[in-house]
Design a protein around this ligand. Structure first.
Ligand SMILES: Cc1cc2nc3c(=O)[nH]c(=O)nc-3n(C[C@H](O)[C@H](O)[C@H](O)COP(=O)(O)OP(=O)(O)OC[C@H]3O[C@@H](n4cnc5c(N)ncnc54)[C@H](O)[C@@H]3O)c2cc1C
Length: 399
């Protein structure tokens, strides 16, 4: 039976208070009474607003058979046989979730000549690694990777599946979720467990990044989420940690993919090494003019750092989009992040708050960047930055 919001027409006074609070336009007036259409998502906003308690939103119970699913699984993405960093980040988060739920953590590893890497996943927290190692998986294609991961999930039945929100993850994980018939929360920035209900709490920016929404999937299993690279921290490697490696055989004759990978062509764009940089110096609108970015470049040069920018600076046309850090730019987690004249809007913070050490330079002592900063300098960047450059040059004997 499909769950539906119900309106008690005897109680409904037709006051229309529920109409404007529905974010999905799921309520309309019919013959002077509120009525629910098929846009309803059972969010409950209308019931909270109704002054006469005429609206009943069913509480979602766990789906039938959900007890057959157990454990946390991560998709261990690899490129050209090398495990991607995001896989280690997911293993660390996955381990935390699995320990909270008191279940095991597994990894799904697909590719050609990847079996030797399975141990690395165990040393990074996996209890079990399912491996499909076959020449057909040398290059990534949605169809073959999707089919293999779907089969692994169907046979091992994890209650949670996590993958990176990378171009690969974004490309085929929705297909896997659809094939399995479960939900998927894309681009999560935080994950935790509601221990009472054993539900995965999946947090991600919503409504254009203006609010953070926490999404649950109470009825279907597994609960699936993709997570942005660099948002979660990697754990400590435990050399010699033991676990189980399970090679899986696939009947390749059964597979009839409609697409075939011909060639991988490296993108030719401006190379900004933000993602790999250990140190990033970022400039914001506080720089006031394009020419003042020279200060940021000079400081970056002294620190052998990459140059980042807030969207404020990018939108002003002072620097190219390739340098943008944040929700609609790059997510970074360097050892040192220096934010100069950046206010620290939530959309910027989401892209850099996992950095090990954050130094903020801002003339406004109440700027939100100071809430995440390890060290803050309140003052005029045009005095502070030249002094930093001078001192760094003096130290390097580089006047
Ligand atoms: C959907 C959406 C997505 C977004 N994505 C991103 C994103 O990916 N990345 C991003 O950065 N933003 C993003 N934004 C924009 C974000 O909300 C902010 O508008 C933006 O980050 C502001 O940039 P800023 O900090 O450089 O500028 P401002 O907010 O104008 O801050 C400038 C700061 O400089 C300080 N300042 C001024 N003069 C000096 C001085 N002489 N010395 C020292 N400090 C000084 C000020 O006190 C101020 O705090 C997004 C917004 C939306 C709605």
């Amino acid at each position: 039976m499909t769950l539906q919001t119900r309106i008690d027409s005897d109680k409904c006074t037709g006051c229309e208070a529920c109409l404007p609070v529905c974010p999905f336009n799921a309520l309309e007036m019919k013959e002077g009474k509120a009525s629910v259409n098929d846009q309803c998502t059972l969010c409950g906003a209308c019931a909270d607003e109704c002054p006469v308690e005429a609206i009943f939103v069913p509480v979602l119970e766990k789906g039938e058979g959900s007890e057959e699913y157990s454990g946390v699984m991560i998709f261990a993405e690899q490129r050209l046989g090398k495990i991607s960093e995001v896989a280690y980040e997911l293993l660390h988060k996955g381990r935390e979730l699995a320990d909270t739920l008191k279940v095991s953590l597994s990894a799904a590893l697909l590719g050609k000549d990847v079996s030797a890497s399975a141990n690395r996943l165990i040393e990074n927290g996996a209890d079990r690694v399912y491996v499909v190692d076959h020449p057909s998986l040398e290059g990534f294609t949605d169809e073959l990777y999707g089919e293999c991961l779907t089969r692994i999930i169907r046979t091992s039945r994890p209650e949670i599946v996590l993958a990176g929100a990378t171009s690969i993850g974004r490309s085929f994980i929705p297909k896997v979720a659809t094939q399995i018939g479960t939900g998927l929360t894309a681009d999560c920035t935080d994950l935790s467990i509601d221990t009472e209900q054993r539900l995965l709490l999946q947090t991600r920016p919503a409504f254009g990044g203006n609010i953070m929404a926490t999404i649950v999937c109470p009825q279907k299993r597994p609960q699936m989420a993709t997570v942005r690279a660099k948002v979660m921290k990697k754990g400590v490697v435990q050399p010699g940690r033991s676990g189980e490696i399970i090679p899986l055989e696939i009947d390749w004759a059964e597979m009839s993919p409609k697409s075939r990978l011909l060639e991988i062509v490296e993108e030719i764009t401006e190379k900004v090494r933000l993602a790999e940089a250990d140190v990033i110096v970022t400039g914001g609108r506080g720089l006031q003019e394009e020419k003042h970015f020279a200060l940021i470049r000079e400081l970056a040069e002294q620190l052998d750092a990459a140059v980042g920018a807030s969207r404020g600076a990018v939108d002003a046309g002072w620097i190219s989009y390739a340098h943008q850090v944040g929700q609609t730019g790059k997510t970074v987690a360097p050892k040192l992040y220096i934010a100069v004249g950046v206010s620290g809007a939530v959309q910027h913070l989401v892209g850099m708050q996992s950095s090990d050490t954050i130094v903020a330079i801002n003339s406004d002592p109440h700027a939100p960047i100071f809430d995440v900063a390890s060290y803050g300098m309140v003052g005029d960047l045009f005095e502070i930055v030249p002094e930093m450059i001078k001192q760094l040059k003096a130290r390097m004997g580089n006047n």
